[in-house]
Design a protein around this ligand. Sequence first.
Ligand SMILES: Cc1ncc(COP(=O)(O)O)c(C=O)c1O
Length: 377
Amino acid sequence: MTIQQAIWQTRREYLGTCRPELPVSFFNPATLTDTAQEFRTGFPGLVSYAVKANPDANVLRCLVAAGVNAFDVASPVEIDLVRSVAPLATLHYHNPVRSVNEVKHAVRNGVRSYSVDRPAELEKLLAHIPEGSEISVRLKLDLAGAAYDFGAKFGAEPDMCVSLLRRVQECGHQTSMTFHPGTQCTDPQTWAVYIAQCALIEKQSGCKLYRLNVGGGFPSHRGHEKPTLTPIFYTIKQAVLQYFPNNAPDLVCEPGRAMVADAFSLAICVKALSDNIIFANDGLYGGLSEFRDTIGQVERYQAIQHQKSSNSKELQNYTVFGPTCDSLDQLPAPLCLPIDIAEGDYILFENMGAYTHAIATQFNGYGNTKYVTITNY
Ligand SMILES: Cc1ncc(COP(=O)(O)O)c(C=O)c1O
């Protein structure tokens, strides 16, 4: 059975006509197609999509149609999901810690590319993957530039990378490297420093790098100013020319956030109001879960009012609570909204495609969302 998704022209049209009670996630496939195109034409290598950012089957289908046929997967469920949509896609299993059963599942499903950052996990892989697989050693450096530090959990220090690469080579697998500069990274130089260090590690290890995966981390449009990807692509290209003057590795990137964030917006409804407090139908346990973290609130939002009670253009700050009974379910900063916003009106956030409903909970029975495809804004 195919579930038909509602397709509407604009978000206002849908909200005005349907007055939904659930939070609404609006998907604009044209935006996703354009972003995929931007990566495919601008990035000097293979573009692989990090499924974790938004594993929606419609997103995967849209990316495949836009020419993306490589995917970074982090679990057997993500492997199965991509295989169900794109049976022949290339999969990179870049969660560097896996159980034996997870490795076996990947091997059965044709995964030939893995990342690793510690000796015990490498030995686990070596015992189960076919010879000639690609193993990317994941480097971590202590650098600023991203919204938070991805090296706190994964990644090996440079010396450890050298010994892991040698072991990979000794076992007849393809030696590659990978790193992740941290999500929402706005400083192109972060990539350059990582690339320089990878070149040094290649030299010290004596293991030719087959590929260099420069991670995700590309920034999306959360604040008022839109970050541009071009300077990052340019810096990566220049750094590879500079630090790998002879025989540079092929490049791979695996964006999650920057690929999918702009393709979705989220409308939450005002359930109740008192003075300058809004009780909304979604919050930190649902689609706004990232707002609580160091990444912060999306600054691009607007009120969608149905029956304005006045001609006033006056704005005021509102404290916004989510629908659960937990008093922690409160947006970290107030929202500046019309003084006459009313029960039943909506607050529409842009840039809500990444790490929103993928990490939402069902706490207190909330967390369900209506998905609507739009053709325009
Ligand atoms: C291995 C790996 N690749 C890519 C990504 C995507 O990162 P981003 O969404 O910042 O582009 C992640 C995110 O956690 C990751 O762990």
